[in-house]
Design a protein around this ligand. Sequence first.
Ligand code: ZN
Length: 516
Amino acid sequence: MKKFYISTPIYYSSGKPHIGHAYTTILADVISRYKKIIGYDTFFITGMDEHGQKIETIAKRENISCQELVDKNSLIFEKLWKDLQVEPNFFIRTTNEKHKKFVQEKFSTLYSKKFIYLDNWVSLYCIQCEEDIVDKKVVIKDDKKYCEHGHEIISRSEESYFLKTTEFKEWIINVLDNQEIVIDPTSRVLELKNNFLNDEFRDLSISRNNLNWGVEIKEDKNHKIYVWLDALLNYISGLSICNDSFVDKYWNDDKTEIVHLLSKEITRFHCIYWPIILKMLNYRLPSKIISHGWIITSQGKMSKSIGNVVDPFELINKFGSDSIRYYLMKEISMINDSTFSEDLLVTTHNADLCNNFGNIINRTLGLINKYSNETIPKYSRTENNDLVSFENTIIDFTSKIEKTINTLDVNLIVKEINILENNINSFIEINKPWNLFKENKIDDLMYFLSLLSNSVKILIFYISPILVSKSKEAWEQFGFPKDLFTIIEINKFDSIDNIKVNNSKILFERIEKNEN
Ligand SMILES: [Zn+2]
C-alpha cells in the first residue's frame, strides 16, 4: 500500500488558537483524507510546542505553573480540532516524557558526532519584554537600540551550544536547487537563498542557559535545548511515541511521501535547519514542504491590539464546521495571502452548499421518488447519445480528480468538484426527465436516473474530505451501504442497482446576511 505522511507545525502553547491555526490544520486534515480515499495508508500529525521563555513568563503572570498553563491551552486546541472534525492520527505535546527523551538522545548523537560545540552567544535582549529581539525588529534611534514597543534593549553575551549548520550550507543550497525537497511554491527557494543562505548565514544556537522550562541537556545540566530543535524533532518522535514500528513505516521508508505543511513565516526553519538536522542524524529528507500564505483581514494582519482576531469557536457556533472547512478550502489560496471575509463565507455557504450541492442531492432523490418508486434503477445503457456522453464525462472526472489529488492542490480539487456539479445540473436541464417520462421513453429515463445517481455518489465521495458530516448524511439519504465507500467500488456503475433511497432532508439551511 502506498504511504503518505503529513504534518502541521506544532503550535506554540502561549495563547489561544486563531483562524490561521484552523486553516493550516484543516488543510492538513483535508489532504490526509483525500489521500486516504484514493487508497493511501496515511499518517497525520499535529500538536503543541510547549517549552520556552514565553511560556515561563505567561505562567508567572497568571500565577500558575508552566505545566498547568500548557495543559490548559492544549485542551483548548484539542477541543477546536474535535469541533472542526479534524482527526489527526496523533496529537503530540513536547512535554511528553518520551518526546523529551527522544530530543535528549538526538542531541547526544549530534554531540558525539561533533556537530555541536560550545561558544559565546551575543544577542539583543529586552528586559521589559523579557525577550530576545531578532535583528529585523530592532528599531535604531539616536544610536540607541529599541524593541518594537519602544523599550531600550541591551546586548548580552552568554554561553550557548551551536549546531554546525554552516558546514552544510552548500549541501542545503544544492538540495533546494535540485528539488530533492520540493518547496511549494517554488518562489520561496529564491527568498531563502537571498535572505538567509547568504554571507550572514551562521551556525545555529541550540541551547539556553537562562531558561528553566525546557528539555535539559544531559551532557550539561546548566543548559536547556532551544525550543526550535525541540519542536522540529516532533515530526519523528511523534511516530515513535505512537508505535515502535511507525518511524520505519512512515519515515525511513523511501517510498513514503512525506509532506510538511506550514505558514510562510517559519519556512526558514523547515527548509534550511530541519533538512540539515536530518542529514546530520542520517534520516531521509521530506518529499515536499508546502509553505502557505497568511490569512489577513480587511484591516491587514490580525492582531490583538487592532481587535480583528477571528475566533474560530465563534465561527463554528455561527456556521457549523462543514461550511467553514468548505469556505477555507475554496476561498483561501494555498500560495498567496488571502483576506478572511465572513460575508464571503455566508455567500459561499448559500451559493455552493445550499443552492448547489444540497440542491443536487435533494433534486436527485426527488426524481428517483417520482419516476422510479424510490429505487435506483438498474444500470443499463441505451442508444441515447446525450446520456452516453454524460457517462463519459463522469469517467473523465474520476480519472482526472485522482491526478489532481496527488498534486495536493486543494483549491484545484474544489474547482473540479464545482465543474462536476455544473455538469450534473446541466445534465438534468438538457435531458429533462419529465419529458422522457411524457414521451414514454422509459429505458432512457431509467438509464438517466442510474447515471444521475452514480454521478451524485461520486460527487459525495469526492467532497467527503471537506464536508465530513454532511457527506455522511447525504450518503445515508441515498441508502448507499458503507462498504461502497471505496475508490474501487465508487467507479462501478452497477454497484448501486436497486438500492432503495431514504427520504431527503435539507442538508444546509440558508443563512441571512447581517445588514450593517
Ligand atoms: Zn520591549
